[in-house]
Design a binder for this molecule. Structure first.
Ligand code: GLN
Length: 487
């Protein structure tokens, strides 16, 4: 067994399992050992169940011995962000509100991963209720970036990105409401895919902002992301927003779809506030596509400047409504010393939620309150339509867009104390959620300090196969993904 087995992509692990060069128990054991060795410095996990993972791995080995292996994910350890339900496992959303909650059921994505034979491995740390861009809002402890443990991994799915980068899982899942898969993927040097709204069921995902939330994979390679997406995508009658569309064979499509493509460069995404090293790396990625014969076209998304404002009205409004269920009565934290029902609500919520979550609830309740609804919420929805229209107009001329994923590389833990400074980290990712589009972040270089840089490709609705193929063409010609952090 190679000593760095925990850094190998799923495609290679699957081949080794198939050829019986390793067993799923050995692979899972290696990932457990790696996690034990490094997670004290990364804090990617909220919890893990070693015996449970090894039992799943043993079952996988038994299937393979009996000729019943279920495909490339069979026996691969996959970690889930701690907002995705796994029956019998903790589901905390990194909040004191749910610190002792154990999920009674599986999310649909969990069920699909189990059906594909994946070994469900660990609950991954995140910003509380997925609200944040650095994973410093976890109520338990911040996640540290494996490339430089004095820095953040991005957020809110920081644990999902950091665990993968540190070799603590074969792939992971996160959720992306305003950038929470792509931004941490960029800051940790891994691939992160946010699917089209409606492609992946949200049943069993702790709701943050329901019109924006989407589950997606983190992976070492674009091909691995295609594999995982193929397993988790598809209609689910338990999620009324999930769409009935035929799911392509994403991995097979990678080989079939070849460029040259028409790529759009939104000029609003290269302005003030963009780190020069990131700008240069993304420019080099654009030059690569040009060199490959792609037509590169500058385009405009004129309502970009309103994305952040619209998002923080819509996302907080939906959050205030979704989080009303944590009342200290049905489930979740209940304050000990209370006098009546109102006192239970008041104290349980005061004690259970952290500062950022409270900020969002207060803001969201305000924008929905009578007299303000039209001025804020309704107007934000209209702006959202214009933002979506900008993208659809662009797609009349180009196949996909290419932008930086994050304006800045990983910053120091504690460096951004002003909430607004953190909100600005999502400036290039939020428009995609408002428009419901798919987008992927792929590693495209390193800064002088050896911090990873990501490029974002934005695709047309439900055109993940094309998006993955475009990303794959870049990845194949570069070796960024072969570098690993030293821990
Ligand atoms: N950083 C954004 C926020 O704090 C997005 C979070 C997310 O995508 N879950 O709302």
């Amino acid at each position: 067994m190679p000593s760095d087995i925990f850094f190998q992509p799923i495609t290679e692990l699957a081949a080794a399992l198939e050829a019986k060069k390793i067993s799923a128990v050995e692979l899972t054991g290696a990932v457990i050992a790696r996690t034990r060795a490094v997670d004290g410095r990364v804090h990617a996990f909220n919890s893990f169940d070693e015996a449970g993972a090894l039992a799943q791995a043993a079952a996988s080995d038994a299937r393979r011995t009996g000729g019943q292996a279920r495909g490339p994910l069979d026996g691969i350890p996959v970690g889930l962000k701690d907002v995705i339900a796994v029956a019998g496992q903790p589901l905390t959303a990194s909040s004191n509100m749910l610190a002792n909650f154990v999920s009674p059921y599986d999310a649909t994505v969990t069920r699909k991963l189990k059906d594909a034979g994946a070994v469900l491995w660990g609950r991954l740390n995140c910003d509380e209720f997925a609200m944040g861009s650095s994973t410093e809002n976890s109520a338990f402890r911040p996640v540290h970036n494996p490339w430089d443990t004095t820095r953040v991994p991005g957020g809110s799915s920081g644990g999902s990105a950091a665990a993968l980068a540190a070799g603590e899982a074969g792939a992971t899942l996160g959720s992306d409401t305003g950038g929470s898969i792509r931004q941490p993927a960029a800051l940790c040097g891994v691939v992160g895919l946010k699917p089209t709204y409606g492609l992946v069921s949200r049943y069993g995902l702790v709701a943050f902002a329901s019109s924006l939330d989407q589950i997606g994979p983190f992976a070492r390679t674009v091909e691995d992301a295609a594999l995982v997406l193929g397993v988790i995508a598809g209609h689910d009658e338990r999620d009324s927003t999930s769409c009935k569309i035929e799911i392509p064979k994403y991995r097979a499509e990678l080989g079939r779809r070849r460029g040259p493509w028409k790529l759009g460069i939104p000029k609003e995404y290269f302005g003030e506030g963009l780190d020069p090293e990131i700008a240069a790396a993304v420019e080099r990625a654009i030059a690569f596509y040009r060199h490959e014969g792609c037509e590169i076209k500058e385009i405009t998304l004129p309502h970009t400047q309103y994305c952040l404002d619209a998002y923080y009205v819509i996302a907080t409004a939906e959050a205030s409504s979704n989080l009303a269920r944590y009342d200290g009565i049905r489930y979740g934290h209940r304050s000990k010393d209370t006098t009546d029902a109102v006192d239970i609500y008041f104290k349980s919520r005061s004690e259970g939620f952290g500062a950022e979550v409270k900020r969002r609830i207060i803001l969201g309740t305000y924008v929905l309150s009578s007299g303000y609804y039209d001025a804020y919420y309704l107007r934000a929805q209209k702006v959202r339509t214009l933002i979506r229209q900008d993208f659809l107009n662009a797609f009349r001329e180009v196949d996909a867009l290419i932008t930086p994923t994050s304006p800045v590389p990983a910053f120091k833990i504690g460096e951004k104390s002003d909430p607004l400074a953190l909100y600005l980290c999502d400036i290039y990712t939020i428009g995609v959620n408002l428009a419901g589009l798919p987008a992927i972040s792929v590693p495209c270089g390193f800064t002088d300090r050896s911090l990873p840089i990501g490029a974002q490709l934005i695709g047309q609705p439900f055109q993940e196969a094309a998006l993955l193929a475009i990303a794959h063409a870049y990845e194949r010609a570069h070796d960024w993904g072969t570098r690993h952090p030293i821990l």
